[in-house]
Ligand binder design. Structure first.
Ligand SMILES: [Zn+2]
Length: 275
């Protein structure tokens, strides 16, 4: 295995070449932070030597997730979203190896990759190449954050169906290109995979919306109103957040509305929703 491209130790985003081993632009941004020990880089090969491995297990019965153990960088898990024409990997992780690829192939493989926002890009181009150079969907508003060339498909506008029954919605929270994936869900009632565009919080009856999570910078009320209204026209009953177990299981549309109301009330912007 020769997967030597540099990966930022803090955010887990893989870059193109050793010439990039300078300051990680994702971490230099006000939404992230440079690790307290200074900027450090690692590679997939080095992570492997340190004992990190890819894991493929069910987030819910019938829905597979992909993560890394032990937890690395931001610790997100991706989701293998099924449907006609093949699985879509929503979001990505820093690590991949031949065993991880084989495990994903056993649950049907991948036909495309789609990203919620730059913090979850992980080693998306490496993942794409591992599955035959499959397309990687990134919203055009975040094009400047793409760290490495590959089969990147920049999509524009509010919605893009990338495969039958899998549609990206550009909510614009957290990043201008911040996007969620709508699909019929395991029960046909509809589901959103949100990463941390809508983040499922520790009380899993709720979500929240932040411009920066590590630095606790709130998202703008107008951006939240627009995003909640965009997904409100879609059927959905479940929200899958960006980490293992972060799921609003049932009644999710009402919970997202209530979460927006609660947030807007706290920041003194209540009363504007859907009016
Ligand atoms: Zn970084």
């Amino acid at each position: 295995m020769d997967r030597h491209h540099p990966i930022c130790r803090t955010c887990g985003v893989q870059r193109a070449s050793d010439a990039d081993r300078t300051v990680c632009p994702v971490c230099a941004d006000e939404r992230q932070y440079v690790g307290w020990g200074g900027q450090r880089w690692v590679s997939i090969t080095e992570l492997h030597a340190e004992g990190f491995r890819g894991v493929v297990r069910q987030e819910s019965p019938g829905l597979w997730g992909v993560g890394v153990e032990p937890s690395v960088c931001i610790g997100q898990r991706a989701l293998v979203v099924p449907g006609p024409g093949g699985n879509v990997l929503f979001d990505c992780v820093p690590y991949v190896d031949d065993e991880t690829v084989a495990a994903v192939e056993r649950v049907g493989g991948l036909a495309a990759i789609a990203l919620s926002h730059p913090h979850f890009y992980g080693s998306m181009v490496e993942w794409s190449k591992a599955f035959g150079d499959i397309p990687v969907y990134v919203h055009a508003s975040d094009a400047s954050w793409v760290p490495r060339s590959g089969n990147i498909v920049l999509w524009e506008g509010e919605r893009q169906e990338i495969l039958p029954e899998r549609t990206l919605v550009n909510c614009g929270i957290h990043f201008p290109g911040g996007s969620v994936l709508h699909w019929p869900g395991l029960d046909g009632k509809g589901a959103l995979c949100t990463g941390d565009i809508f983040t499922v919080v520790m009380d899993r009856r709720w979500v929240s919306f932040m411009y920066s999570y590590p630095n606790l910078i709130p998202e703008h009320p107008d951006t939240i109103l627009r995003a909640v209204s965009l997904v409100d026209s879609l059927p959905y009953d479940t929200v899958y957040g960006g980490w293992w177990g972060r799921v609003v299981a049932g009644g999710a549309k009402a919970r997202v509305r209530a979460s927006a109301d609660r947030y807007l009330a706290r920041v003194g912007a209540s009363g504007g929703r859907r009016s």
